[in-house]
Design a protein around this ligand. Structure first.
Ligand code: ADP
Length: 536
């Protein structure tokens, strides 16, 4: 039997149109380089995004051509998020924290034709301009200074453009692309379709995932050059909520000021950001009046239980989530099922610390050498996922095809357990697992246990070669300013909580842990650093 439904494409064009029609008065607040706030509304955003699309069309780009951005989180980047794909082109967000050589490699590999760049980022662009020639370079005058000679001015480009008459797009056409941050190898390009981004937005907005509504004030701290700021600009515009974009100012005080003045109800970022915010709050608890119960999504790396508990004391609610560039990125979120709400406080925290339940349409399984692992919360296996917003390959990298199984499961490279309730708990990245005497030790569990110690600011645990046990865990610890702790004390603190063979063999104290461009602990660098380590 044939359905009698319309063949109505799932495209961002609809989201943009709806935003202009229904939510013209919703605000978009952006922090500028000089720290002042730029304010405009969806009606301006809608008009300007269409003008950008029209201008790009007039430049003679063909459907599917890539337009790169090198930008912080602000109003013009949001315009690019919609103006580019709604005109049939592909939004390619470049990661401004990468080395200029890597940015050039990625832009070349993607085949970008046009670049839109913040004026304050021109010095970065100029470091790689000889390696990557864009046909047009359009500069956003964020700082208010005149645009340097030789560049096109974004405001003039859109000011002189005919508004886009949005073409009817195929929902499977490419809308955007992001490269993985290369924590584990050369960056790889993931190409998102309109359909994937739309379905991802709908799933993200749902009550048991991110629960975003028109009444929210949404502040994505996660950069718009990192997995589309976790899709939040798309989801936020779809629901029509206020957007608060922090520009280049990601320090704790700037964020907290913004949360207060813009009455932010929902924010998202990696644990490093939250560690800074928490420190600032603990030092000056009375300085900021935040919205009670403000939700904070923690993802990109594991949240610690200590952090979740500490924010609860400030009436700020951490929601732990897991995802990857290849998963657009929403994979799992750690909400408590109704049936678990009567558990003891400690048990409830144990659930909130997990990465959570898969979103609707995301299927998960963990695989061991002996096939699929049982959902027992104990057996570790490689996490595999599939669904309508999970990548099925990388842009022009056929050699990576072994990341997918014959029946379409994507091998995440993460090791996880799944419990009987369906909660996924990431125990490690495959490359970070520690194998001691034939048994796996989870570095994430060890780090979480260490970070519960009052003197510990953060900790990374790596496996280092050991003559007897193959590998043993070495804990690399950063203490809180002015706090004291030593190896004996930390071991005694961990001992009641962990199996004996899990206890770190040694501890080293450092002032900071190396990080990737997206703020994750760079364990590969630590392993290099401690390669010649001699066990006491
Ligand atoms: P890269 O792979 O270059 O680090 P991604 O941003 O795609 O870039 O990173 C995805 C990875 O980040 C996941 O595979 C996982 O290892 C890690 N990750 C993401 N969220 C979490 C989380 N909540 N807990 C633990 N690890 C996480």
């Amino acid at each position: 039997m044939q359905s009698t439904m319309m063949d109505f494409p799932l495209t961002l064009t609809h989201i943009l149109k709806r935003a202009g029609q229904l939510f013209g008065a919703s605000a978009i607040v952006s922090r500028l380089p000089d720290k002042s706030l730029h304010r405009h509304h969806y009606r301006d955003f809608h008009r300007r995004a269409l003008a950008l699309g029209g201008a790009l069309q007039a430049m003679g780009l063909a459907p599917g051509d890539r337009v790169a951005t090198l930008m912080w989180n602000h109003y013009a980047h949001l315009e690019a998020y919609f103006g580019i794909p709604c005109a049939g082109f592909v939004l390619h967000t470049l990661n401004l924290r990468l080395h200029p050589d890597d940015i050039a490699y990625i832009a070349k590999h993607a085949g970008d034709r046009v670049l839109i760049v913040d004026d304050v980022l021109l010095p970065l662009y100029e470091k790689f301009r000889d390696q990557m020639k864009f046909e047009r370079v359009i500069v956003v005058p964020l700082s208010g200074a005149p645009v340097a000679a030789g560049y096109e001015n974004y405001e003039e480009v859109i000011g002189g453009a005919q508004a886009l008459v949005a073409p009817r797009l195929d929902e499977n056409a490419a809308a955007g692309m992001c490269y993985t941050s290369g924590t584990t190898g050369r960056p790889k390009g993931v190409v998102y379709s309109h359909r994937a981004l739309v379905l991802h937005s709908m799933a993200s907005a749902m009550g048991d995932t991110l629960a975003l509504t028109q009444t929210d004030s949404l502040c994505p701290v996660v950069p718009m050059f990192h997995v589309n700021a976790w899709g939040l600009p798309f989801t936020g515009v779809m629901v029509g909520c206020k957007l608060v974009l922090p520009g280049p100012h990601l320090d704790a005080a700037s964020l907290l000021d913004l949360y207060e003045t813009e009455r932010v109800t929902f924010t998202a970022g990696v644990p490093t950001i939250w560690m800074g915010v928490l420190n600032a709050l603990e030092k000056n608890p009375a300085q900021w009046k935040l919205m009670p119960g403000m939700r904070m999504v923690v993802g990109g790396a594991a949240a610690s239980e200590a952090m979740i508990r500490a924010f609860d004391k400030h009436n700020l609610h951490v929601l732990h989530a897991w995802g990857m560039t290849e998963t657009t990125p929403l994979g799992t979120t750690a909400h408590l099922k109704a049936s678990l709400k009567s558990l003891s406080e400690d048990e409830r925290y144990a659930y909130r610390l997990k990465q959570g339940l898969p979103a609707p349409f995301v299927e998960v399984r963990t695989m061991t050498d002996n096939g699929e692992a049982p959902w027992d919360g104990i057996t570790m296996g490689e996490l595999q996922v599939r669904g309508p917003w999970i990548a099925s390959g990388y842009h022009e990298l056929p050699a990576e095809a072994d990341k997918w199984t014959a029946d379409d499961w994507f091998r995440t490279g993460d090791v996880a357990t799944i419990d009987a309730e369906g909660y996924v708990k990431i125990t490690d990245r495959t490359k970070d697992l520690i194998k001691s005497g034939g048994e796996w030790i989870s570095s994430l569990d060890l780090e979480n246990a260490l970070m519960a110690h009052p003197a510990v600011q953060e900790a990374a645990v790596i496996g280092v070669a050991h003559p007897k046990w193959d590998e043993r865990p070495l804990a690399v610890v950063v203490l809180k300013a002015g706090a004291q702790a030593d190896e004996v004390g930390l071991r005694a603190f961990l001992a009641p909580k962990l199996a004996k063979f899990w206890l770190p063999e040694a501890f080293v104290f450092v002032s900071e842990i190396p990080r990737t461009s997206t703020g994750k602990m760079l364990k590969a660098a630590l392993r290099d650093q401690y390669r010649g380590w001699r066990w006491p």
